[in-house]
Design a protein around this ligand. Sequence first.
Ligand code: ADP
Length: 181
Amino acid sequence: MTDPRHHERGEADPAITLVQGDITRESADAIVNAANSSLLGGGGVDGAIHRRGGPAILEDCRKLRASHLGKGLPTGRAVATTAGDLDARWVIHTVGPVFSEAEDRSDLLASCYRESLRVADELGARTVAFPAISTGVYRWPMRDAARIAVATVRAAETDVAEVRFVLFDERSYAVFAAEVG
Ligand code: ADP
């Protein structure tokens, strides 16, 4: 038996669930945004989150830029803001690496998942929805991105109970489903 007075982080692995659809329609404690380091908006998931979440998210992002993230959020790191009008308490913004044939940036992609879960733990978020980070504009091949995402979440020491991957289309859903097994 585990003595609750000696609870250590990550004693139970998070359950991994998969959904096909638009991440801005999800209900979760935290929704992860595939942001860019400016934190001031972009396309893909980022654009959708700001559109549906409303101006409060951008307002928080601007405050972060005006305070301790003056140069923006570095690749592989994560930071939380309000979730505005989304059905969540927080948006966790993380900056994926741009895929490169010449350089292995897998550690940075893994870091996005690890750091997002670390921020989720700090917030006390128990359910966290992730998009397939870096697989859009940043061109990471879906199969490799899924392998890194699933392995990193499985290895993470976290109190998050559910990690939900929200895949935009049928193909990315199928790739993640094969990876989760
Ligand atoms: P990145 O810049 O990190 O590549 P993108 O937002 O361009 O991020 O794409 C990441 C992944 O999210 C892609 O697989 C893309 O198809 C998918 N995507 C785009 N919009 C949404 C959405 N509203 N909900 C979930 N996934 C989305």
